[in-house]
Design a protein around this ligand. Sequence first.
Ligand SMILES: C[S@@+](CC[C@H](N)C(=O)[O-])C[C@H]1O[C@@H](n2cnc3c(N)ncnc32)[C@H](O)[C@@H]1O
Length: 397
Amino acid sequence: MLCGHQARLQLALELGSDACDLPQWRAEPVQLVVLPTHMFVSNAARYPVLRKDHQAEIKRWMDHAVAYVIRQSDDDEGVDLVDYVRYLRFLAGTLEDPSAAAAASAEYRDVLQAPLQPLMDHLESATYETFEMDLPKYDHYEHAMLRAIQDAPQKELVLMVVGAGRGPLVTRALRAARQAGRSVRVVAIEKNPSALVELQLRNAKDWGHQVTLIRADMRGWVPAERADILVSELLGSFGDNELSPECLDAACRLLLAPHGVCIPQSYSAYVAPLSSTLLHARAQAYGGGHGLETPYVVNIHAAHILAEPQAMWSFSHAQASDQLLGDNRHNQRRASATFGIGASSLVHGLAGYFDAVLYGNVELSIRPDTHTEDMHSWFPMYFPIKVILSHASAIHG
Ligand SMILES: C[S@@+](CC[C@H](N)C(=O)[O-])C[C@H]1O[C@@H](n2cnc3c(N)ncnc32)[C@H](O)[C@@H]1O
């Protein structure tokens, strides 16, 4: 604080015998963790080892890019420090391998990214490729589509994928239809010309020309026949910060039959106060002086989430499509929440999350407490605040 959160200032943290769980320090730019030899106890073979709670804390630090210093305590003159180093190496060897999703996301830890703008920009092939690696997400979509197809009373169904990209949801829609043993006509709508070329290739190669491909803006195309099931993946990290709900509203109005089902059916946004000197300093350095006035998509790591996330607002696409208003006023939202946090915590902004009901009880979530296992398409959002709050006992989000 005194140094104005200088990005070049880094910390050495010396642990004491009492130190057990120090999440607030993982929100600080700690580079060195100092372990005095008196923290160690001797095992049966008289080698230095750590208590279970200290082991757990050191393992937590091992998931952060810090170096270790073993400091010889006054009473430990003459001990062989190599034994301590060997023990730390042994501890590092007992760490569990990260899941495939965590390993894939590791390089994005604490990297601030501007949210995608898939309406204004045409996404690149590499971006679609990254989306397509998230198999758990598409598994959930397939499950939701299967349930919706099974529940639909019509003999023949029209299923539209809006914003189809290079077609992962189309593949899953065809699989769900096959699995349900139902006759489903699949229509894919995409505005990006390069993605459409990929869709054409896949239609010829993998889908046996079964799919009707439409190059159009979903907000303006009027179909001859409306969809019984409308499927999209237009959510941002905070739910409504990319294409939903506006693009989807228009698609529901124009493309969905009055009895039709929209997947996702609804989604909600959540926030939690966060402490992170690193993220705040990075945001400040971003965007020519206005870096603290914009949200970022971040794989948040060097941060301390100070309270449970609380719900802010929801959007639902479950109502009959012709009841939707023609303008955007119905999408305005305001919310307020009170968080009780420790008096000594610094608040550097809010972490944002979302969850979504795809269909029935098939849901997706990036909330830390309910996160869909191994899904890595969406990192949380970081909303920096200009003035860091200190000595706060409660804040309003
Ligand atoms: C987040 S990507 C999802 C792509 C694909 N469903 C997937 O899972 O890989 C959203 C897609 O919607 C398309 N899109 C955005 N706005 C659109 C609009 N108004 N009409 C049609 N497509 C749109 C984008 O070009 C992009 O391909």
